[in-house]
Design a binder for this molecule. Structure first.
Ligand code: DGJ
Length: 323
């Protein structure tokens, strides 16, 4: 049996349609992986798929669409998803990018944060939040806003061991990268805890923690073109960040970071960390041919990591063996 899969791929799901979960993340719950990301087909915005082996993906739901239920829980947030006055000119509804979902143990709800824009440009630079009782259900949209008044474009979420959650996003026209601590319910910003690399134009943030070190992967800022990504590490989330080190080659193997997939090696029982990236097709119709890139992250020490090119990876790594 051939246990290998291509490291660059664009799968079809169980209905025979292309799997659209761009700028997304892959989460494991028990034995099941959920893949959540951007879906720009029809009136869809964010979709969810599931798999137990990474080869066969089943469509779960369009979890956020232009027709999602909205709720005015926060008076200062804008609840617009559909933007009818702009529809004829520039496509359908608002633009949602890089949606990320985390589970809040206290509220027992899944919370989604994302990048929100009016169709056609990236000028308003807002984040937005949605919630749901199940990972793949119909999310209720709670609106878009500028966190603490700042611009907010490429973004991600991170939940620490103490269950504090953080929202990381590009501010000041992408010049700076902000780390914000979220409130206990993960629905609002509590405070800004760190500004990283002022003026260095970082995008596509991805954060994870390993052996007591926080890691932050980011790309440069070149639109849909791939560029050299980097990583930095710190013992503390709000200070002490290292300088940035290069990750992968000068185009990050033609990809831009979007997530980390944590798996368990069935033989060693050790956690493995896989890089998930987007190989963007570009804007317009080309966007829909954007592929996904999965490559292993290798740790040379607790503070040194490398992303090596492999044309094929063994999908056995992703199958959960009950640890
Ligand atoms: C790079 C970002 O990382 C993507 O999410 C998207 O916003 C493109 N730029 C648009 O050019």
């Amino acid at each position: 049996m051939d246990r290998k899969m291509k490291s660059v791929f664009l799968p079809r799901e169980n209905r025979g349609k292309i799997l659209h979960a761009h700028g997304g993340q892959i989460l494991r719950e028990g034995e099941t992986y959920y893949w959540i990301g951007e879906d720009r087909t029809e009136r869809n915005k964010v979709s969810c798929y599931k798999s137990k082996d990474f080869l066969n993906w089943e469509f779960c739901n369009h979890i956020l669409t232009l027709d999602s239920q909205t709720e005015k829980r926060f008076p200062d947030r804008d609840l617009r998803l559909d933007i009818p006055e702009q529809k004829a000119a520039i496509g359908i509804g608002c633009n949602i990018e890089r949606p990320k979902v985390v589970y809040n143990e206290k509220s027992q709800q899944y919370v989604m944060w994302m990048h929100w824009e009016m169709p056609g440009d990236y000028k308003l630079a807002r984040c937005a939040v949605a919630v749901c009782d199940t990972i793949d259900g119909d999310y209720t949209y709670l609106g878009s806003f500028n966190p603490l008044g700042y611009m907010s474009r490429d973004c991600t979420l991170f939940v620490d061991d103490d269950k504090c959650a953080y929202f990381i996003s590009a501010a000041r026209d992408n010049q700076d990268l902000h780390i914000y601590r979220l409130t206990e319910d993960y629905l609002s910003i509590e405070s800004k805890v760190c500004t990283l690399w002022p003026g260095e134009l970082r995008e596509a943030p991805v954060m994870f923690k390993r052996n007591g070190y926080y890691y932050l992967l980011t790309s440069g800022c070149t639109g849909w073109q791939a560029n050299q990504s980097s990583y930095a590490y710190s013992r503390y989330i709000d200070h002490g960040w290292s300088r940035r080190f290069e990750l992968g080659n000068e185009t990050t193997y033609q990809s831009q970071p979007t997530g980390i997939i944590k798996t368990d090696n069935s033989l060693s029982g050790e956690a493995e960390y896989w890089y998930l990236g987007d190989r963007w097709g570009g804007s317009g119709e080309a966007y829909f041919q954007s592929e996904y890139v999965i490559l292993p992250l290798l740790f040379l020490s607790d503070t040194s990591l490398s992303l090596e090119w492999k044309a094929e990876i063994e999908y056995e790594h992703f199958i959960y063996h009950g640890r």
